[in-house]
Design a protein around this ligand. Structure first.
Ligand SMILES: [Zn+2]
Length: 467
């Protein structure tokens, strides 16, 4: 059997045709690609051969395939991958060397690791086909996001691009950025990577000197940079800002748009399946449903209808054959849009709570549990006058601790009291039990030490005696 190596240009062309063909064209591609990846996994991955052993041979309905989770896959890494040359020992040695970021593993595979801000880091290996899909989809489906006039202004200013993310690690953003620079070193003149963990005055000075036209960073870092610009310490005028890796609240988005006068684009992605979605010109995120299957499910694994919030989501990557990701539990709470997007794309829209923040579960007034969405909790605190930075940590089943940074000149106790009152009010509207305590913590918000991401809403509960 002859299989042509897929190129980015081929993917881009096919992606364009899939959208033109509408839902039937997307469904046909998805079915054929799913069949291919499942067949390959059963044949070449000892893990999947065993995981699917009870299933009949031949084409199988996706919903009949038992889901997989990261800890189980990572525990059997060498059996999970379909190329015996790829071993956990080899990949770990590779990602342990920060000097090899952007290099291809075994000269053929692109490797990502996750920061492990919420759990054990994953080791993710992409084959050339998956990399072609990454590049091709981004070309085909990002071109229309910016109005042509804005695109021309970006190009006229040399499209200088600053990426402000975590340094040193083989993370998705760092790896893909460095890989492009290695392929064409001349790009280093107008594309630069900055460390979000550098001391702020240093980062500000470097960005001032570089004067990016395109800026990519985490939502929390975007908030901090907007503060610096507003205070007159940073003087940049990017035209397009893309925010990723954390949930972007409407407050931070509006502020960044106002302070920088830029278009702010949100992204939702996963290292396991990228690009899972891409934004459209209406600012919605569309799932690349011809290459990725997204199944929102409830706590029992039953499908959640479009328009309703899921507990978690199962994702299937139809592009990558070397490390099959089939009905992989991503852990994000998402909503797949029930209505078509006004932009006219047949690809479904998705909104996510983000992977770094967590849903908090607190006792309700009527004995039931109340689930608090991190985006809502974040917005309540963030919109409190005087709040500069914050973190809401659930430290006990009925206790939330509030870590605060306040604006210069503001009184911490006053801002803290305002934020507590607002949170208290919000909890009441959500039906929380009257006994839920909100404490002002002494310590400031703490970013993740390696990734530099700031989790705004998280649980830090002592282990339950029941396990
Ligand atoms: Zn759209």
């Amino acid at each position: 059997m002859r299989r042509r190596e897929l190129t980015a240009a081929g993917v881009a062309w096919d992606a364009w045709r899939a959208v033109r063909g509408g839902p039937p064209a997307i469904a046909a591609r998805r079915a054929a690609r799913l069949d291919a990846v499942v067949r390959h996994a059963r044949r070449a991955s000892p893990f999947y051969a065993e995981h699917y052993r009870a299933l009949p041979d031949g084409p199988v309905d996706l919903v009949r395939l038992p889901p997989v989770r990261k800890p189980g896959l990572m525990a059997r890494f060498d059996d999970w991958v379909t190329d015996p040359a790829v071993t956990r020992t080899g990949v770990e040695a590779f990602v342990g060397d920060p000097g090899r970021v952007g290099e291809d593993f075994l000269g053929r595979y692109v490797v990502f690791t996750t920061s492990g801000s919420t759990a054990e880091p994953a080791l993710l290996v992409q084959d050339p086909r998956a990399v072609a899909v990454m590049t091709g989809l981004t070309y085909a489906r990002s071109a229309g996001v910016l109005p042509p006039r804005l695109l021309l202004r970006v190009l006229a200013r040399g499209a200088r691009q600053a990426a402000v993310f975590a340094p040193g690690g083989h993370y998705l953003s760092a790896t893909m950025f460095e890989r492009r620079l290695r392929a064409r070193p001349v790009r280093r003149r107008w594309a630069r990577y900055f460390s979000v963990l550098d001391p702020l005055p240093q980062l500000v000075a470097q960005l001032d000197e570089f004067q990016p036209v395109l800026l990519g960073t985490y939502a929390s870092a975007l908030g901090v940079l907007a503060d610096e610009q507003e205070a007159g310490r940073l003087h940049i005028s990017p035209l397009v800002i893309s925010s990723g890796g954390e949930a972007l609240t409407p407050t931070v988005r509006r502020r960044a748009e106002r302070v920088f006068g830029a278009v702010v684009v949100d992204t939702y992605n996963a290292s396991e399946a990228t690009p899972l979605s891409l934004p459209c010109r209406r600012g919605r995120m569309h799932v690349n449903a011809d290459w990725f299957v997204v199944e929102p499910v409830d706590a029992e694994g039953a499908p959640v209808p479009d328009g309703q919030r899921s507990e978690t989501v199962l994702v299937t990557n139809l592009a990558n054959h070397v490390q099959p990701i089939i009905r992989y539990e991503l852990g994000d709470s998402v909503v797949v849009g029930a209505e078509p997007c006004p932009c006219g794309s047949p690809l479904p829209t998705i909104t996510a709570e983000g992977r770094t923040d967590e849903i908090l579960r607190i006792p309700g007034a009527d004995d039931a549990e109340v689930a608090l969405l991190p985006m809502a909790v974040a917005t309540v605190v963030e919109e409190t006058p005087g709040v500069r930075g914050y973190q809401v940590v659930q430290t006990a089943p009925a206790t939330l601790a509030l870590r605060l940074d306040v604006d210069p000149g503001a009184r911490r106790d006053e801002v803290g009291q305002r934020a507590r009152d607002r949170l208290d009010e919000y909890l009441r509207t959500q039906g929380a039990a009257p006994g839920v305590a909100i404490e002002l913590a002494d310590d400031p918000p703490r970013p993740h030490p390696r990734s530099g991401k700031l989790r705004h809403v998280l649980r830090s509960l002592p282990p339950s005696p029941l396990g």
